[in-house]
Design a protein. Sequence first.
Lengths: 522, 294
Amino acid sequence: MKRLLMSSALLLVGGIAQAAEITILREVDSNNYDPHKTTSRAASEVLFMMGDTLVSLAPDMQTIDTGVAESWSVSEDGTTYTFNLRQDVQFCDGKPMTAADVVYSINRWVDPETKSPVAWRAGEVDSVTALDDYTVEYKLTAPFSELLYQLTQSFGTIIDQANVEALGDDFGVTGFNGTGPFCWESWAPRDQMVITRHDEYAWGAGFHANTGPASMDRITWQIVPEENTRTVGVITGQTQVTQYVPYIALEQLKASPGVEVVQSDLAFWTYYMGFKIDKETVSDPAVRRAINLAVDQAAMSEDLFFGVVQPAYSYVSQEALDWNAGLDDKLLKFDPAQANAILDEAGWEMGDDGVRGKDGVRLAPTAYVFAGSTWGKISEAVQAYLREIGVDMQIQAFDATVAWGKLATQEFDMYGMSFPYVSSGDALNLYFRSQNAPSPNRMNWIDDKTDALLLAGATSVTDEGRAEAYGEVLEMVHDAAVWLPLYHEPMVIAQSTDLETVVPHNIYGAGLYKGLDLKYKE
Amino acid sequence: MSIADPEVLDAPAPVLPWWQRLLRDPAALAAALVLLVVGICAVAAPVIAPHDPFASSRAIMQPPVWAERGDWLYPLGTDGQGRDMLSRLFYGTRLTLIIGLVSVGVGGAFGSLMGLLAAFQPRLDPWVMRFVDVMLSFPAILLGLALVAVMGPGAVPVVVALAVATVPDCARIARSIAVSVMKQDYMEAGRALGVSSMTLFTRYLLANCISSIMIFISLRFGQIILIGAALSFLGLGARPPTAELGMMAAQGRDFLLFAPHIAIIPSVLIFVIVLAANVLGDALRDVLDPRLRS
């Protein structure tokens, strides 16, 4: 009896002292967690939790709030930003963060040697200098209206120079020393990433219900490629939260006890397939236009995604800032008869095997996509539509850890991708700058006029000027049909009712942002 | 009583031809019938498939006809892309059988030739068999994975991988059978009569080994089908939109909770084909192997 009482007491104490841990399921992993060497959402999801940025973005996707900078000022000509840093910020290893760390981080981001595919997001940097230990001066050669927004992205994460130099090529692979609410514990690629609470963290932005330290002791980001398994994981409580739930399961999840589904339509996240426009299969604009006309996005949205997503005909949402409304009536929509007519007219003749050809070129473009249920479904649906017009699209799927590298090559004719943005300019600057080829400008869209217009848009000091410049680029790329837009995705998060209701964030599609508000109900 | 006394000798039971003995085994008969039906469906796929196996319809995840919302238009329902399951099964079986037959045929022929040569030419024996030992040290599925990784996904690399994986086992079996045949008096007699090496190899050695080798290859067929389906299930085999049973099962995983028929039907068909092949292989061994005749 005495022993029984003793063991019960031990169990009780153990229960009380049990650490708050959660498992978050997701579909794919990143190729690395170096903020300057990857553009994947999977990396941003974890980097937001492990690191901090100068400024942060509120869930309304408009309000810029404090980050490691507690205040900032902008010069009248819009080229000099002065950031005053908080003095209580520490890295996970206990080292205080100073202006020198910020200067190092930004300079590494824009250094051509780093080869960051998103260096343009930092603006046309003239210099970044430390005026004192807690003041940073960020000088641009030309104004950049989106700079503060761009600095909220995970690419602007403040990193530790000593950590980067100590780890070398393994930085973001075997370790990462950041100032975020969580610290790196371990990463098993394609399996799981484990992060633990940063106990000293107390510098969260005001829009978080909890400014730190985080409520969770430990977070495990678990890769589960099969959506069915993720659904079961949510229902059976093996995961407490995930934003990678199949839309087919939403009704069932909503009806399941212990599961809550939250949704935000503020997300600008678009799925598309791009064409490498200098490949002989898809170099002909007629082929690209025909492919655009052959695919029924509305049916795909309804059939594959149960109407939860919005069919896309434009390269960015028509609700996005600086969208060119003049293109609304010109967008290419499902019309297979016209698609066939365009191909016939362009001289692509139907072969005996049902595949078109011209001048010895068989119209069988190779498409690189990510392995996994989402792109599996999308690419096969597109493939079936294209068969109807005599285009034999060859699908090659790669695991995410390999796919990013394969997608930076010149091997493919088409590729599948999805991306987040807040404005048309954000999306256009990412994909259509000549200097961004071969990745993320995987289309090889090399055009001086586009570059000039993008620069004019980015440095414009008036809203009209910016909208006009970006509007013209939108018209050029839509006319050239360099993409096949597929659908715009909302942010949907399924969570356990044991947790406080999550406020979905849309920053770079990382629905849980810094993870500060993840908390078990009392 | 003299040895020659006919009264004490049992008259040997007449030995029936092998196919007659096979027909007397109900399990073998059923297995042969199943494989025959499957084979006919596979060969006649373009004629009997009710729909285009690659064309999507708007009827997504339609259940089979026996389920509540079933429709005779799609007797086995549709998959996650709205493609007719029955038509895809016909085409999928076709590819699965082709992969199995070609790889077992090619691998079996190469392996058997290597084994027979090793037994026929003793100076080749150590070289051939050590090479086979090296190949044997890789499990078939691992060898398949490695080859597909090098050659890229697709049906052809899978066939090559499975054929290569079949070679070492066949070589060993063929050699062991051939070694015992080589010790027979008729081989000695053939040599003494001055029969050419080629005739000795084909008419004396091969002719006396072939039935045992065929038994082994027929047993191997089911296993190879299973490995081929496994490679396709892992995404290393046939590429979309090609229908292949393993790949169809893999594609059905995502819908297991909502439309289980998409994964279950091709999986059951794989099971049936492999079971039938194994049962038939066992029965063939029973009727063809002289040592098992009783």
